[in-house]
Design a protein around this ligand. Structure first.
Ligand code: ADP
Ligand code: MG
Length: 240
């Protein structure tokens, strides 16, 4: 579903991604871990063209999105992204937050978009919240709305950037449960997370990024139980 070849990304003369190559299969759930500042968010942002890559290529479902001729809004519509800080529109209701993209970008009718939005809200346990504004929601509820909003675009791939890091501990579980359901439904997912329980249970593979390169990758159980590199050992020692 996703092929990344020798991806480099620099900001000025600061090279953040130093040659990342990887293939992510359809329906695979890949968890990305690594120290702060190692380039995890930059990697995700390159996957939906929120960042322009410096060199290398990214192909998603057969389309080379790093080709200059790519229709960028179309790529973004097909690659859903969920951020740490939700990024909901504060002056729009929950329903409006979810229907905006489908109406504007996918040219859906309001009725059609609302029907899908209501189905999604029901799935994430927020059927009764469609008319409220984000400010009245808990962090966990906001993140479930953000996930619904991304899914309303019917994406081929979902990217999550530390989706539970800003949440109070008691709200983490409700968001992880929604993500687990999504994984079970067969969605291809790339998840930057420090939730090792989620990575073990739901992840098909873990990628450890350190200083802009993939230092180590593999089966979650094996990586956590028997880390090969010293850097992964020390990273796991810090977070577990
Ligand atoms: P992580 O998500 O692993 O914590 P990031 O991808 O956010 O790491 O950042 C990696 C490095 O890239 C950091 O040194 C950060 O300061 C730098 N960086 C990220 N975005 C920008 C930007 N827009 N401009 C300049 N530097 C950036
Ligand atoms: Mg980050």
């Amino acid at each position: 579903m996703i092929t990344v070849e020798d991806l480099h990304k620099s900001f000025g003369d600061h090279e953040v991604l130093k040659g990342i190559s990887n293939t992510i299969n359809e329906k695979e759930v890949v968890c990305v871990i690594g120290p702060s500042g190692s380039g995890k968010s930059t990697f995700l942002r390159c996957l939906n063209l929120l960042e322009e890559v410096t060199s290398g290529s990214i192909t998603i479902d057969g389309v080379e999105i790093t080709d200059r001729k790519t229709d960028v809004p179309k790529v973004r519509a097909q690659v859903g992204m969920v951020f740490q800080h939700f990024n909901l529109f504060p002056h729009k209701t929950v329903l409006e937050n979810i229907t905006l993209g489908p109406i504007k970008v996918l040219n859906q009718s309001k009725e059609e978009a609302e029907k899908t939005a209501r189905e999604l809200l029901k799935k994430v346990g927020l059927a009764d919240k469609e008319s409220v504004y984000p400010a009245s929601l808990s962090g966990g509820q906001k993140q479930r709305v953000a996930i619904s909003r991304a899914l309303a675009m019917n994406p081929k791939v979902m990217l999550f950037d530390e989706p539970t890091s800003a949440l109070d501990p008691e709200l983490v579980g409700e968001v992880l449960a929604v993500m687990k359901d999504l994984a079970k439904s067969g969605m291809t997912m790339v998840v930057v997370t420090h939730e090792m329980g989620f990575a073990r249970e739901v992840g098909d593979r873990v990628i450890f990024i350190d200083q802009g390169v993939i230092m180590e990758e593999g089966d979650p159980q094996e990586m956590f139980n028997d880390p090969k590199s010293e850097r992964l050992q020390s990273f796991l020692g810090q977070i577990l």
